[in-house]
Write a protein that binds this ligand. Structure first.
Ligand code: GUN
Length: 311
């Protein structure tokens, strides 16, 4: 039987429909809309698309948006100066510095930049103070993608409490906060990674399996317990024909898109998993739209918090 679709596009629309009136109410009360400053450094094409989508959604929701675009040659000091300006701004409630930063900025740049963002404007939830709050289950601002996965599960009636949950991937931005959010919702959580012994066997114990490793089609049916809910966080742009042919049959829609565009976005979960899983989030149209919806929600929350704090 084919898995039920965990429809991220529909869930994201429902969240945006809730955020819109709350943004309007804030704007009427405060005399200004919640403001989001996005910093994009360099010319990574995928980041440019993500940022464009974030700006569009935020604008549609009634937020003030400002894009700070910096060349790939920008120095870390220049980037930190922009962050500091946004930290001090009265009209910006949220700050997002798009990751990844240019390699030339150095290995430690991302950590330094995320550490420099004021915790109460950290709509990515990546500042160590917010991560600490998350560990203690009292966070106001949580990393958007994992927070979106929880919304997707909740609003699709996937029971989290008591479930065995397995998260593949241990990144700061998805894997670790995802595991904590599932734990706080009373799942029994395992985090898997590149050194996990018998990865398919561990994953096959999961009632909820979240894949966040960025390896196209890595999670095959042997990873999946029949009936499990599978959430695919992967978004890899694939232009290698061999990979596409391994994943999608000749007459399929995805192959058609690939032939037309020369590349397609592919998740971490192999399409054959749909025959085994009870529920599965598609790529595209799964987690992606939720990441943006949660960014809007976090920006509104940051504005409300700052207003409540008199700031
Ligand atoms: N790059 C990919 N996803 C994200 C995200 O959620 N936040 C930031 N800042 N950069 C990203």
């Amino acid at each position: 039987m084919a898995a039920r679709v965990l429809d991220g596009t529909a869930v994201a629309a429902a969240i945006r429909a809730e955020v819109g009136p709350a943004v309007a109410a804030f704007t009427a009360r405060a005399g200004r809309p919640p403001g989001l400053g996005i910093v994009l450094v360099g010319d990574d094409p995928a980041s440019a698309i993500y940022v464009r989508n974030k700006l569009k959604s935020a604008g549609d929701a009634g937020l003030r948006t400002d894009l700070e675009q910096m060349p790939a040659t920008a120095t870390l000091a220049e980037l930190l100066a922009v962050v500091e300006r946004l930290n001090r701004s009265d009209v910006h409630d949220g700050i997002l510095v798009q990751s990844p930063l240019p390699v030339a900025m150095g290995d430690d740049a991302e950590r330094q930049v995320f550490d420099a963002i004021r915790p109460d404007k950290d709509v990515d939830g990546l500042h160590p103070i917010n991560v600490g709050y998350l560990v203690q289950n009292r966070a106001s601002l949580v990393s958007c993608t994992p927070a979106g996965v929880i919304e997707l599960l909740d609003r699709s009636d996937v029971k989290i409490a008591g479930a065995r949950a397995v998260v593949i991937g241990r990144s700061n931005i998805v894997g670790k906060p995802m595991a904590l959010l599932l734990l706080h919702r009373h799942a029994t959580v395992t985090i898997c990674h590149s050194r996990t012994v018998d990865l398919p066997g561990v994953c096959a114990e999961a009632d909820i399996l979240v894949a966040a490793i960025g390896r196209p089609g890595f999670v095959t049916p042997v990873f999946v317990k029949p009936g499990a809910a599978v959430v695919d966080v992967g978004t890899s742009q694939v232009s290698d024909r061999a990979v596409v042919e391994r994943l999608f049959p000749p007459e399929s829609k995805r192959r058609e898109v690939f032939e037309r565009r020369g590349s397609i976005v592919v998740g971490d979960v192999h399409p054959d998993v749909a025959a085994i899983a009870g529920a599965l989030s598609p790529v595209p149209g799964g987690v992606g739209p939720l990441t943006i919806a949660m960014l809007l929600k976090n920006t509104l929350a940051a504005a409300q918090l700052r207003a409540g704090a008199g700031g």
